[in-house]
Design a protein around this ligand. Structure first.
Ligand code: BG6
Length: 295
């Protein structure tokens, strides 16, 4: 499989497909600047993004599983068509545990390296979500930016609704020196308080305990200040109104089998999605959303 993928999609010095963990196919994108990104077909999952002089921007748990049917812990899991446990599907839906297809690779004139992956309904997805759909993921790598585009098409005769999110895990040097900036004044639902609503008063969200909040209709530009590494990651989003801020802290880390007990100290999830107000798509309609990370 890896050989035939390379025959179709390999681009010299820019894109190659290798055997990743547990021999799962992994696409490596390399930009001429030296930045790289990695994407597994399993889950359509970006597991790494590295920038010269900055290092690894994404967190990947040392305990992560790389097995069919289970999500990867870290990187950028795709939540679709359900966010978390807000419905009858498995947590965060099935996209992150499905096997995706690579359908396009490109090195554009401006040097951006990109791939497009696709997920369609299968007998397995139809058994739990009776809708025919196409979900496309585009990953575009520039010298200091990583763009993630998602596109959903309704191939059903009926309309359907869905939630969607990029569950992005950022690598930070020290969670106690980390801040999420740009959510002041935004209403959030606190998953640790039965989704009770509050308004964020802090100009900078800092971490000293478990945090699990959905901020609704946020500004489109946010920052993750990784103070321990003296670096700031900018998040810009388009047509994705909501932001989840999550850190499991001590006890939840211990409860998660695929996450190291101490790893909460070196990660924060800042997720961009459409969660509070699900997207409704009619027959042949299309929805698109994009998030751009820069550092
Ligand atoms: C976050 C949720 O997005 O994902 C949390 O807000 C959840 O409640 C976390 O614990 C991780 O979920 P999972 O299914 O990957 O363990």
């Amino acid at each position: 499989m890896i050989e035939s993928l390379n025959q179709q999609f390999c681009i010299d010095k820019s894109i190659s497909i290798v055997a990743g963990n547990n021999n799962l196919p992994k696409i490596i994108l390399s930009h001429q600047s030296g930045s790289t990104a990695e994407v597994y077909l399993h889950g359509g999952h970006v597991t790494g993004w590295s920038v010269p002089g900055v290092g690894d921007v994404l967190f990947l748990s040392r305990e992560s599983l790389f097995v069919q049917g289970k999500p990867i812990r870290g990187g950028i899991p795709i939540c679709f068509p359900q966010f978390g446990g807000r419905g009858s599907l498995p947590a965060h839906g099935f996209a992150r545990t499905s096997e995706w297809s690579l359908i396009h690779s490109e090195l554009s004139d401006n040097g951006i390296v990109s791939v497009e992956l696709q997920l369609n309904d299968t007998p397995e997805t139809l058994a739990i979500w009776q809708h025919s759909f196409i979900l496309k993921l585009r990953v575009l790598l520039d010298s200091r930016a990583l763009s993630i585009e998602l596109e959903v098409m309704n191939k059903d005769k009926q309309s359907f609704d869905f939630q969607v999110a990029l569950h992005t895990y950022f690598s930070v040097k020290d969670i106690k020196k980390t801040a999420v900036i740009g959510l002041q004044g935004v209403t959030y639902m606190d998953a640790l308080q039965d989704l009770a609503e509050s308004v964020e008063f802090a100009p900078e969200i800092r971490f000293g305990r478990e945090t699990d909040r959905v901020y609704v209709n946020t500004p489109d530009k946010l920052k993750v200040d990784d103070g321990g590494n003296a670096r700031v990651i900018t998040i810009e989003k388009y047509n994705v109104p909501d932001v989840v801020v999550w850190n499991p802290w001590v006890e939840k880390s211990q409860r998660m089998a695929d996450f190291g007990n101490d790893e909460y100290l070196r990660m924060v999830c800042v997720e961009t999605g459409r969660i509070a107000d699900p997207v409704v798509l009619g027959h042949n309609e299309r929805w698109e959303g994009r998030t751009v990370y820069t550092c």
